[in-house]
Design a protein around this ligand. Structure first.
Ligand SMILES: [Fe+2]
Length: 295
């Protein structure tokens, strides 16, 4: 089934749908669409990915999967995992209700080459100054069963979700809307748990819904809450993502988490560069001391 050729005309290189300058303005602020050349690439066939998954399973933390009828309000790891091997999950992907993610795929030079082409494209969108803030480009691969939902969450990474096979809907919220992604959630995300984001009913009304077909990609801004619903097909998609430096959000929100626990009302990142840098330097200093003492 997965080997069926698509009738859709695919682009032969990465491109934006909106004018390039408009995408640079929207980067990190709102979702925008792109086209990519990977929809019929042999490296992303189900057979190729079954081998990739088995390799990822040998590396601690590089393969996660679950199976079950999750709703968008569920958290990761909230459903018991059936006793199946990685190969069995992929062989039964049509009916397993599974969601599988493989990390650090760029370890393989063939995938690294694909990632480098994306990296070049996203840096052209970001521009020379914006590009300086982006590092650690990585590739995650998702394989999901028909109709499977991906629960509501937000991420720290600058993400481009890239649809390879099958179609799905994604809902993306404004990353700056603090009634959706709250300050408290952001602080707990960076200091306590990456499942800190909690679905709010108004998110459904406020979110932008985008349908992804093979050949489509969408930018999901950092902290933009999102959730997904597969159509009645197996889906293969990539998360191609980059990281901001720790001083931009991570260490400032961590500092704010501890300051709020002390009864203070800390300023959000971006309001004062000097205060942000001081907070980040303090957290980094703690990190270095912990490294030295082996904690
Ligand atoms: Fe995500």
């Amino acid at each position: 089934m997965l080997a069926k050729p698509s009738l859709v005309q695919h682009s032969d290189q990465w491109s934006t749908v909106e004018p390039f300058e408009e995408c640079r303005r929207l980067l990190h602020k709102a979702a925008f669409s792109m086209q990519h050349p990977l929809a019929s690439h042999p490296l992303f066939s189900i057979d190729a990915l079954a081998s990739v998954a088995e390799e990822a399973a040998k590396r601690p933390g590089d393969l996660y999967w679950d199976a079950g009828d999750l709703s968008i309000t569920d958290k990761w790891g909230s459903v018991p995992k059936p006793d199946m091997t990685v190969r069995q999950v992929i062989d039964r992907i049509e009916t397993a209700g599974a969601w599988m993610v493989m990390k650090h795929i760029e370890i393989d030079p063939r995938y690294k080459k694909v990632l480098d082409e994306f990296d070049d494209f996203i840096r052209r969108i970001a521009g020379p100054e914006g590009s300086k803030l982006l590092s650690n480009t990585e590739m995650l691969i998702f394989i999901t069963s028909p109709r499977r939902k991906t629960p509501y969450h937000f991420d720290a990474e600058v993400n481009v979700l890239t649809q390879i096979h099958g179609s799905k809907d994604i809902w993306v919220c404004d990353p700056m809307d603090r009634s959706i992604t709250t300050e408290d959630e952001l602080e707990r995300y960076y200091a306590v748990t990456t499942t800190a984001g909690t679905f709010k009913p108004e998110a459904e009304r406020k979110a932008r819904k985008i349908t992804l077909q093979p050949g489509d990609a969408v930018h999901i801004p950092t902290h933009g809450a999102h959730w997904l619903q597969n159509h009645d097909n197996i889906s293969i998609s990539l998360s191609l993502n980059l990281e901001f430096p720790n001083w931009k959000y991570k260490d400032v929100y961590r500092a704010n988490y501890y300051l709020r626990r002390m009864g203070l009302k800390p300023r959000s990142p971006g309001q004062s560069a000097i205060i942000d840098r001081s907070k980040a330097a303090t957290i980094d200093c703690v990190r270095q001391v912990r490294k030295l003492v082996g904690r």
